[in-house]
Design a protein around this ligand. Sequence first.
Ligand SMILES: Cc1cc2nc3c(=O)[nH]c(=O)nc-3n(C[C@H](O)[C@H](O)[C@H](O)COP(=O)(O)OP(=O)(O)OC[C@H]3O[C@@H](n4cnc5c(N)ncnc54)[C@H](O)[C@@H]3O)c2cc1C
Length: 294
Amino acid sequence: MKVEEGVALSRFTTIGTGGPATAFARPETVEALEEALAWARERQLAVATIGLGSNLLVADGGFDGLVLKLGGELAAAEIEGERLVAGGGAANAVCLHRARAAGLGGFEFACAIPGTVGGGVWMNAGAYGSDWAAILERALVVDGHGAHWLGPEELGLTYRRSALRHGQVVARAEFRLEPRPEQEIKAKVSELQALRKAAQPTNKRTFGSVFKNPEHELSAGRMLEACGLRGHQIGGAQISLRHANFIENAGEARSADAIALMAEARRRALEQFGVELEHEVEFLGPLELPPLGA
Ligand SMILES: Cc1cc2nc3c(=O)[nH]c(=O)nc-3n(C[C@H](O)[C@H](O)[C@H](O)COP(=O)(O)OP(=O)(O)OC[C@H]3O[C@@H](n4cnc5c(N)ncnc54)[C@H](O)[C@@H]3O)c2cc1C
């Protein structure tokens, strides 16, 4: 197994920020993945998996541990009967392409989610009324103790959350789809993509929604807009003019700039609406938001 040292994670995140990983490996089979996990365990190194980095804010100081980026058969996708069988590192776009070509529907909602199958399981990704939990049959999770197939309940899939912890790697997943004419799938995808384009920044470097929607009549985006935060900038990070629940890299942004913006947004939402916003974006490395009221 080849282990690279000091790999800049900014290359692997859609926002384009983040420092280096102490160690970085690209396993392509379950055996290589197990070997990588054993390697890290022997050295007592923390482990994290990275997909397409589309929901990830990595500390500017980097991550002191082994980062895994799945490749080869762990990033491939194929159709078996009415099932989509994919590696944890398979891009959603590739999965959707395979499903459409096979005349299988149910994965169309994922056209809005620029990540991987494993990243989707990690946070039960979803859009337009569907999510991973609705179509996932089971996932092969590999950790320091071996490989186990887990169903949606065992994975603890709820709103933008699973029970998975770093060091548990989604190596494969099987989705239950249903026959649907290719033209119908294409039309649905075009419709959803147009909706996205109208509402969110699609040509900017972002990490998707910053905060989860709170239990409130206003969404996180509407709330932050009402706080006057659209366009607010700290360093190289800016709250999107298009949608206030997005942070854009306006050039040379650091993760610390994004954290400062998030802290400001939480402070204002609490002040104006009495709501404590919870971040949806995942943190990697020593990153945290200051406690509210501090
Ligand atoms: C423009 C834009 C729009 C978006 N819209 C949506 C949306 O509509 N709905 C939505 O839910 N999300 C959305 N997102 C967020 C993001 O695309 C999803 O959360 C996606 O599922 C993340 O997948 P990823 O592979 O990029 O994961 P990463 O960002 O690389 O990682 C996210 C987390 O998953 C873990 N992880 C990744 N792969 C694995 C694996 N194989 N095994 C175990 N853990 C793993 C990582 O360790 C990390 O904790 C959007 C993002 C962008 C940039």
